[in-house]
Write a protein that binds this ligand. Structure first.
Ligand SMILES: Nc1nc2c(ncn2[C@@H]2O[C@H](COP(=O)(O)OP(=O)(O)O)[C@@H](O)[C@H]2O)c(=O)[nH]1
Ligand SMILES: [Mg+2]
Ligand SMILES: [Zn+2]
Length: 288
C-alpha cells in the first residue's frame, strides 16, 4: 500500500511528507531517486507508524532554485504557483531587491504579489516604500502586520487553494506571517524536528505549511537572493511587464532601452522611473 503526499521539510537526510489526510511521516529516499525538494508531490510506502520510504516523485510544475556552490542550481521549492515578495517598513525595503525577485518570478512564469509587512510601524513614523508603481503594473499589494494581525485575512483569502512561497530579505517577517496565517505552525515543525537526524534549527530549513482554509505556504530562508540568476541581458525586459509591453516599438529591434536613440521605453510616460532605473542597472550588471 502506498500513499501520496507533499514534501513539507527536509530533516537531515530524510524528508517530512504530509499525506493528503494531513498525517506526517519522516521518509527516507529510495536509492537513486534524484533530488527531492519541499513542495514535491511524492509516492510513499509507509514503514511503521511515522516513517516511510519515498518511492517516486511526480513531475514538477515549477522549480524555484538558486545558484549553488559550483554553479549548479540548488533546488529550494517545487510546484509553487504564487510567489509573495515580502518587504517591511523595517528593515527598510529596497525596491531593487523587490524588482529582482519579481524578475525571477516572471522568468519562471509564476504569478507574484507583494506584501508590505510591519505596517504597525507607521504608528512610530515609518513610511515604507511607495508601492503604487507596482499596483499600476498589475501586481497585487498586501499590507500586513504579523504583529497586530492587520491584513492577514485578505492575504489568507488570496492564498487559499494555492501553493505560495515567501521570498524577501531576512527580518522582513516571513516566518512571523506564516505563524499568523497557520495557527500551530511552530508546534508542528518543532515536534518533528526533534525526531530529525541533525536537530537543525527550524529557521534554517524550508518548510511547507497547510493553510487552514486549503492551500500551502512555503517559508524558506534560502530565498533572500531569489532572482539572482545570470540571464542574458536581452531577456531582463521580459521580467518587467510594463517594459515588455513595448517590445518591438523602439527604433532598433535589439534595443536594450539604455541610451539608444528613439527608444519607446525611455519615452513612455507611464513607466516608473525607479523601475526603469532598476531594469537598466540589472542589464548593465549582466553586461559587465
Ligand atoms: N513591528 C513588527 N515586527 C514584526 C512584524 N513581523 C515580524 N516582526 C519582527 O521582525 C523580526 C523578524 O521576523 P521574522 O518573522 O523572523 O522575519 P524573517 O527573517 O523574514 O522570517 C522579528 O523580531 C519579528 O518579531 C510586524 O508585523 N510588526
Ligand atoms: Mg524566517
Ligand atoms: Zn528601447
Amino acid at each position: 500500500m502506498t500513499s501520496t503526499g507533499l514534501v513539507s521539510a527536509r530533516r537531515g537526510r530524510r524528508f517530512e511528507v504530509r499525506d493528503d489526510g494531513g498525517a506526517v511521516r519522516l521518509c527516507q529516499l529510495r536509492r537513486r531517486l534524484g533530488p527531492i525538494v519541499v513542495g514535491d508531490r511524492v509516492t510513499v510506502r509507509p514503514l511503521g507508524a511515522g516513517d516511510g520510504v519515498i518511492e517516486a516523485v511526480n513531475e514538477r510544475g515549477s522549480v524555484l532554485a538558486r545558484p549553488g556552490p559550483a554553479g549548479a542550481p540548488r533546488l529550494i521549492a517545487a510546484n509553487v504557483d504564487l510567489i509573495l515578495v515580502v518587504t517591511a517598513l523595517r528593515p527598510a525595503a529596497s525596491r531593487r531587491i523587490v524588482d529582482r525577485h519579481l524578475v525571477g518570478s516572471e522568468h519562471l512564469d509564476i504569478s507574484a504579489a507583494l506584501v508590505l509587512n510591519k505596517v504597525d510601524l507607521r504608528g512610530v513614523g515609518l513610511d515604507g516604500p511607495d508601492l503604487a508603481p507596482y499596483r499600476r503594473v498589475g501586481y497585487r499589494v498586501f499590507e500586513t502586520s504579523a504583529l497586530t494581525g492587520a491584513g492577514l485575512e485578505a492575504l489568507d483569502t488570496a492564498l487559499s487553494g494555492r501553493v505560495s512561497a515567501l521570498v524577501g530579505p531576512s527580518g522582513a517577517g516571513k516566518s512571523s506571517l506564516v505563524r499568523g496565517l497557520v495557527p500551530g505552525a511552530d508546534l508542528a515543525v518543532g515536534a518533528l524536528s526533534r525526531r530529525g537526524e541533525q536537530g537543525r534549527h527550524t529557521t534554517t530549513v524550508s518548510t511547507l505549511h497547510a493553510m487552514p482554509g486549503g492551500g500551502f505556504i512555503i517559508d524558506s530562508p534560502g530565498m533572500a537572493d531569489f532572482g539572482e540568476w545570470t540571464l542574458p541581458a536581452e531577456r531582463v525586459a521580459d521580467g518587467f511587464p510594463e517594459i515588455r509591453s513595448y517590445s518591438g516599438r523602439c527604433r532598433f529591434r535589439d534595443c536594450l532601452h539604455l541610451h539608444e536613440p528613439d527608444c519607446a521605453v525611455a519615452a513612455a510616460p507611464e513607466i516608473d522611473s525607479e523601475r526603469l532605473a532598476s531594469y537598466r542597472r540589472m542589464v548593465e550588471d549582466l553586461r559587465r
